[in-house]
Unconditional design. Structure first.
Length: 265
């Protein structure tokens, strides 16, 4: 008798959950992550937007993750990685920063579309599977506290939290802080961007023990010139991190740089 009652209660709960989801879909129907047309399921792209998304695939530079036009052999490096080796070990991104990807990034960053973060993180997890597997700690690129108060959330932290939750890796948003207000990166060339973020990050004394001896996965939304993640990497390495890998949702590919607000801090 008790078992039958439990089955009935479970059935009622299941029915209530289904009805709740149905009501939610009626009140808040899922929309395309790119153009906001109605779609069948949350986080999906419509038929027009999907072909406009360029996923970054192998073969790519072993360090920077920039795609090659043809197979170069295991461990091949791009001319950029050879001429100017970054302080981080590896960088990967899910998609090229153009079209629909750009709309998704700006929707998350400026239009409070935090609902996009888990779906964007899924694509990031695919591109950065080897980085996630090696990570001891997942750390987002931080906002300065003044910008955080005005924006109310950190888009990089939303992506990092989703990645950490899905992978079971520790998430530590307090491991890195932005200690000075920097100019927005819009309108700055590569050298000016480097100067702008030099010394901008630090690991608080209370977080050093959590960083020291760990391989850190540093998460951001867009990789443009790499100035921001390079500055953040140096701060983590000074605090004792054994290595830092970088994972972003999108990246501006060499030759495609455009002054459209990517890598804004």
């Amino acid at each position: 008798m008790a078992g039958k009652s439990a089955d009935i209660r479970a059935g009622i709960r299941g029915l209530a959950t289904s009805l709740g989801r149905g009501a939610a879909r009626l009140l808040f129907p899922p929309v395309c992550a790119g153009c906001r047309r109605q779609v069948d399921s949350p986080g999906a792209l419509c038929g027009e937007c999907w072909p406009k998304l360029r996923f970054l695939e192998r073969p790519w530079c072993a360090v920077l993750g920039t795609p090659f036009t043809h197979e170069m052999g295991e461990g091949a490096l791009s001319p950029e990685a050879i001429a100017n080796p970054p302080p981080f070990a590896r960088a990967r991104a899910a998609v090229a920063y153009s079209g629909v990807a750009r709309e998704m990034v700006q929707g998350l960053k400026y239009n409070d579309r935090t609902d996009l973060a888990p779906w964007m993180a899924r694509w990031m997890a695919r591109a950065g599977a080897e980085l996630i597997a090696d990570a001891d700690l997942v750390v987002p690129v931080p906002l300065h506290w003044r910008r955080f108060l005005s924006r109310r959330f950190n888009q990089s932290a939303e992506l990092a939290r989703a990645l950490a939750t899905a992978s079971g890796r520790p998430f530590d948003p307090g491991a890195l802080v932005r200690r000075k207000v920097t100019r927005q990166q819009v309108g700055l060339d590569a050298r000016e961007r480097e100067d702008n973020v030099r010394g901008a990050f630090s690991v608080p004394p209370g977080a050093r023990a959590r960083v020291a001896g760990r391989r850190v996965l540093l998460v951001d939304d867009v990789y443009t010139t790499g100035a921001t993640v390079a500055a953040a990497t140096r701060a983590l390495r000074r605090a004792g991190a054994t290595a830092v890998d970088v994972l972003t949702f999108a990246r501006v590919l060499p030759g495609d740089f455009r002054d459209d607000g990517a890598d804004i801090i």
